[in-house]
Design a protein around this ligand. Structure first.
Ligand SMILES: Nc1ncnc2c1ncn2[C@@H]1O[C@H](COP(=O)(O)OP(=O)(O)OP(=O)(O)O)[C@@H](O)[C@H]1O
Length: 303
């Protein structure tokens, strides 16, 4: 297990992390989500020893991370970290050697990952000559080239075109199939939902939701009901007790039911308007879960 355990971190009076805990099992992909400034980068930097936690620790296979263990981690920093003048192939081989591969193995790994990430034709180019998206591919190759046991990636998908996203996603899934735990931060929730076994949402200094996406969606599904009543007049559900109309378009209506509200009463009201084309509980999307999770509780906003 890769375990983030009770991380606290303040910068001056700004409390950024207030007990961040989550775990990533070997062979699983974890999507690390949260608003801008929530503390995702800070959490990853603490894991990599680039920032110091005020309290808490990060462990891999039960051992707190130290510099020796960190050499076994592939890390993609948010600020990126390539040498602009170095050629792509040399750079990748250099990173591989830094992580302990011998010269021959480092060159082979550099070639392999350049090809895998669609950079084969650019191996002799200087990094500064590449587009931003291609520099990003190099950065990812740099994280993979040392055959890491763990991958920690800060927004690896940002700025990639759809082909680049697919190449990166396939490379990461292959690592997962090989038993590597992968944690990556992202604002691209569709990707997180598609790729990740589990997701964590960071807000107000701690993880406000953690678990498999399907489980989180099921857990929150209780309140949402989609009713399609094509013949109903606009506002047909507005006065129903315990019901809030979330959206309504030509009779296709999304309702949020307060706890304890009888959905059969809603069905009866729907039938009174005429034909009911659809009536079902609806699971929220990850975007809706995210919005809900990061929203300030009403009391705190007032405060
Ligand atoms: N070295 C630092 N000194 C002071 N404040 C910092 C430092 N690093 C981060 N912070 C603050 O910590 C908070 C969390 O920043 P962080 O970069 O970890 O967020 P994030 O979740 O990665 O955001 P984003 O999604 O925008 O990348 C922010 O308020 C930021 O200003």
């Amino acid at each position: 297990m890769l375990e983030f355990d009770g991380l606290h971190k303040s910068y001056g009076g700004n409390r950024v992390l207030d007990g961040v805990s989550f775990a990533v099992a070997p062979g699983t992909m974890f999507g690390f989500c949260g608003s801008n400034g929530a503390g995702k980068t800070t959490t990853m930097r603490i894991a990599m020893g680039l920032a110091r936690a005020d309290a808490g620790e990060v462990r891999w296979q039960g051992r707190p991370l130290d510099q020796a263990l960190r050499r076994r981690i592939g890390y993609m920093p948010e600020e990126r970290g390539l040498y602009p003048k170095m050629r792509v192939g040399e750079q990748l081989a250099y990173f591989a050697r830094l992580h302990g591969l011998d010269a021959g193995a480092a060159t082979r790994a550099a070639e392999h990952w350049a090809d895998r990430l669609g950079l084969g034709a650019r191996r002799r180019s200087r990094v500064e000559e590449l587009s931003l998206g291609n520099q990003q591919r190099v950065q990812l190759a740099a994280a993979l080239v040392s055959r890491p046991e763990v991958l920690i990636l800060d927004e690896p998908f940002s700025g990639l075109d759809p082909v680049g996203v697919d190449a990166l996603a396939e490379a990461l899934l292959e690592q997962v199939r090989g038993g590597v735990p992968v944690v990556f931060s992202s604002h691209q929730l569709d990707l997180v939902e598609r790729l990740c076994d589990a997701v964590g949402i960071l807000a107000r200094g701690s993880m406000v939701a953690v678990g498999p996406v399907a489980e989180l969606r099921r857990r929150e599904a209780g309140g949402l009901l989609r009713v399609d009543v094509p013949d109903a007049p606009p506002g047909w559900a507005a006065g129903l007790p315990g019901v809030r109309v979330v959206a309504e378009r030509a009779g296709d209506t999304l309702l949020e039911l307060a706890p304890g509200t009888d959905d059969q009463a809603v069905l009866a009201a729907a039938l009174r308007t005429g034909r009911v084309a659809h009536f079902a509980r609806r699971e929220p999307s990850l975007v809706e879960l995210f919005r809900e999770a990061v929203a300030e509780p009403a009391g705190e906003v007032a405060a």
